[in-house]
Design a protein around this ligand. Sequence first.
Ligand SMILES: Cc1cc2nc3c(=O)[nH]c(=O)nc-3n(C[C@H](O)[C@H](O)[C@H](O)COP(=O)(O)OP(=O)(O)OC[C@H]3O[C@@H](n4cnc5c(N)ncnc54)[C@H](O)[C@@H]3O)c2cc1C
Length: 293
Amino acid sequence: MKPAVFEYFDPTSVSETVALLARLDEDARVLAGGQSLVPLMNFRLARPAHLVDLNRVSELDFLSVAGGELRIGAMTRQRALERSRDVGAGWPLLREAAGYIGHVQIRNRGTVGGSLAHAFPSAELPVVMVTLGAALVLRREGGERIVAAADFFLGAMTTALEPGELLSEVRVPATAARSGTSFHEVSRRYGDFALAGAAALVSLDRDGAVAGVRLTLTGSAPIRAQAAEDAMLGEKPSEALFRDAARRAVAGIEQDSDMHADAGYRRRACAALARRALLQAAQRAAASRSIRP
Ligand SMILES: Cc1cc2nc3c(=O)[nH]c(=O)nc-3n(C[C@H](O)[C@H](O)[C@H](O)COP(=O)(O)OP(=O)(O)OC[C@H]3O[C@@H](n4cnc5c(N)ncnc54)[C@H](O)[C@@H]3O)c2cc1C
């Protein structure tokens, strides 16, 4: 199939882009890596009247560390997360999770901003951005607002982005010393979207007890397991602690049923993956003196 007719724009700056988005109506869509939008357009599930291509907006393509914070331009390719030395040293969870996105050809084109804005259920980057406490910069003509990743994902393919807004940057805070992270997922074949996944960040105090923990599960939108997190604080890491936390994490959560897996399977898989992720994150925390770059 071929896409429906659309008007094409190729701005070269963020200011030009947000001016275009302000002028065009709600039928305008931005094109990033095209790995999700182009198939949707070809199947005519998306029929934007105006397509604003971000691929010549080079100021959106950067990875930098400032004041201990990682800054990722929205047009940074997913593959860059895997290859960056800074990311590997300071935010290994991003590299670990990015490696699960589709295949390398998809990650070469797909962007960080595109994955977050698309907000597909079970996508890896939304889950890890919530776990890492990232903040998303949303630009519009004449201003910007900063939204916590935890508040950005509202549901399946639904985000806090409003018409006329562009996701321009993601800011990921430094992780505390004696922290470890881990991501696990299960899919039917290598490169498929996850049936279930879990990301964990565990920080230990000087005595080896849990000083801070974040656990996020895949779902139609990322699911932060707050009650399970609270129950782990101050406790010494152990298989039993993490098994109990994983059980709490999936208690009562909603999961989808579809032709690939039912909700019960997804809940059980999330529990198993959460336990593994917590255990591995705690082991990595114990082994690290500091994970700052
Ligand atoms: C075979 C295959 C397997 C895949 N497997 C996985 C997988 O396992 N895990 C996974 O997470 N993804 C997977 N993907 C999707 C891939 O990660 C996409 O790259 C991603 O979903 C969208 O990124 P993109 O840059 O291609 O965005 P595009 O497809 O260009 O855009 C996607 C949507 O986001 C909007 N958008 C893009 N950038 C911005 C921005 N800066 N501001 C506001 N809105 C924006 C667009 O308007 C569009 O609505 C797969 C894709 C394919 C084709």
